[in-house]
Design a protein around this ligand. Structure first.
Ligand SMILES: [Zn+2]
Length: 246
């Protein structure tokens, strides 16, 4: 029986979560999307973990800005999306759909989930029921369409939603409260959404993180999964871009 993955949130900037992932048996530690090197290195140090791998989901600076500094200190290998090669600082290993990476004996399959960016990937640790989804799916939300189409994002979200319901989704931002307000505005008749909004309000008032979420929770309350067609999804995404909660 191998040790479970230990997953620790490192808050950074205004609302990013950088994820440290440690396997006790092998001593390997990965960091997912280290936008800022200092808090990641400090937290790893505090725990006595040496970072061996940097995993990027997409090229945006708040996900890759710490790549080079962390590599310089730890010698970690930088792994990221082949579709964004040239835009990910220091990329050592470009990966894409169906590739596999390991942290100790824990294996992840790489999925291409375009929409937020065209080359965006997610890391799916099926045996651990864990997925690192970057800026594709958020708790009760999804990433903005900076590069990809509504259709691409719609497909990507539904693909993630087909994971087993207990799967924990590690998103890269604490956007849940704003997302929950928009969800309640878009689906005022949903009791699941209004209940979750109340719960999220309590969690955030107590300054507790609302990530990870689960596939089950998102299937029930993510407005972008409740959209029945690509057109409805695209309308919702536009409405969210313009939405400011009262
Ligand atoms: Zn991004």
């Amino acid at each position: 029986m191998s040790s479970a993955l230990e997953i620790v949130a490192v808050p950074a900037f205004a609302d990013n979560y950088l994820w440290l992932v440690h396997d006790e048996d092998s001593g390997e530690t990965a960091v997912i999307d280290p936008g800022d090197p200092a808090p990641v290195l400090a937290e790893a140090d505090r725990r006595g973990w040496r970072i061996t791998t940097i995993l990027n989901t997409h090229w945006h600076g708040d996900h890759t800005g710490g790549n080079l500094a962390i590599k310089q200190v730890t010698g970690a290998t930088i792994i990221g999306p082949a579709g964004e090669n040239g835009r990910v600082p220091g990329l050592d290993k470009a990966i894409g759909e169906g590739d596999r990476i390991r942290i100790g004996s824990h294996e992840a399959e790489v999925w291409e989930v375009p929409g937020h960016t065209v080359g965006h990937i997610a890391y799916i640790f099926s045996d651990d029921a864990v997925a690192f989804v970057g800026d594709t799916m958020f708790a009760m939300g999804c990433g903005r369409l900076f590069e990809g189409s509504a259709e691409q994002m719609h497909v990507s979200l539904h693909r993630l939603a087909e994971l087993p319901p207990e799967t924990r989704l590690y998103c890269a931002h604490e956007y849940t409260l704003a997302n929950a307000h928009f969800a309640a505005h878009a689906f005022p008749e949903s009791k699941e959404i209004s209940d979750r909004l109340r719960h999220i309000e309590q969690e955030r008032a107590a300054n507790r993180p609302t990530v990870p979420t689960t596939v089950a929770a998102e299937r029930a309350t993510n407005p972008f999964l409740l959209a029945r067609t690509v057109e409805q999804f695209a309308d919702l995404r536009r409405a969210k871009d313009d939405y400011r909660s009262a």
